[in-house]
Design a protein around this ligand. Sequence first.
Ligand code: HAM
Length: 425
Amino acid sequence: LNIQAPKGTRDFYPEDQRIQNYIFEKWKDVCLQCAYTEYEGPMFEHLELYTGKSGEEIVEQLYNFKDKGGRDLALRPEMTPTLARLVNQKGNALRKPCKWFSIPRLFRYERAQKGRLREFFQLNMDIMGSDNIWSEVDLICSIIRMLKSFGLNSEHFVVGISSRRLLKSLLDQRNINSPASVYLALDKKAKIGEEAFLNLLENAGLNEEDRTFFQNFMRSTNLSEVKSFCQSDSSLFALDELNQLFQALEALGHGDYISLDLNIVRGLAYYTGPIFEVFDRAKSMRAIAGGGRYDDLCSTLGGQKMTGVGFGMGDVVLKDLLSENGLLDDLKTPKTDVFVAAFQFDSLQVFSLCEKLRNMGVRTGSSLEPVKFRKQLEMADTLKSRFVLFVDGEKNDGQFYECKDLSCGEQLFLSLDQIMEIINE
Ligand code: HAM
């Protein structure tokens, strides 16, 4: 019997789990710093929460099944429908706007490849019940803050911004009623080249004039160029919204981190306003994060009309990007503060001191078995301990202990309080 982990899943050995914990901690820190509050939901939902609302691609990727009671269920492929359900259930009892975050484990039956797995984690940050553009500003600032907290900067990533509202209003302006196929063409344009792009538009039913319109529109590199394509109130509204967003982010000093990117359309069906995706600068990886505003998801799922805006950031691409830039090297080994060693190993003596240090909040390790002194030092090294404390050092006087600072090799004579102070410095 040789059973392997299912395709597209990961095992988290201690080194991997350490990295995972680090990513989650940073995510949480920044969410709390930006005043988002955490929620969770079930890992599986009724199938119909996803069918028809999230878009074709994600429905094709569902892990769905019947339970023993014959109910159609699906493992969650994304968190946004669950969030909308939670918000709908509480209705007016919730104080709006809600700034909520969650770190769900998600499942998508995708072709497993670099950056895309069948089981992954995704930070979700969403604001429900605020149609103010400053919600987008808040979310994009949080993304930038978060990625910077991992040691990344504007040379590593960029937040590309576009607008579903703008695209939809331009389609309406030209009486084109096949938005899904046009979005697909726009989405693919960068990968397939101009000619194939025009073919896709033709297949979507666009006449030559419309095709040229979109071809030229996609060449715009800034919002003033985009303006020449906007002839309807709704397209001008969408443009104004984007202008406000860019101005605010630039005024907050984030100009280097953002760019207009009309290739972004987002795969999910429910977006209605500004949309954004985060990419590595070289665009050599899949998106690090993606999101946007969705006006109708809550009402389509049976609730009141309520706007939401948010994004998802997966752990897979982020981890690849951090690791390629050497930003995870420090986590390769576990870390303890103190390793208690003994020349003549007396387990009770060693464990008593360990307990004392742990009570003081010091991360402390020791050998579990009476092994040779040299072996104990090797263990201290593996655990990357800052200090080795000799429990039976000759000079020990009950208050001060012989110890060695492994960061510089110095032999010291310290009390437990002094050790704690140095560690907390
Ligand atoms: P999404 O674009 O499907 O959006 O996913 C967002 C991010 O999750 C991606 O940019 C990527 O980092 C990660 N991701 C997606 N699929 C996979 C996969 N198979 N393996 C690894 N990582 C993956 C959503 O899910 C929206 N619900 C986000 C959102 C929240 N919109 C509003 N609020």
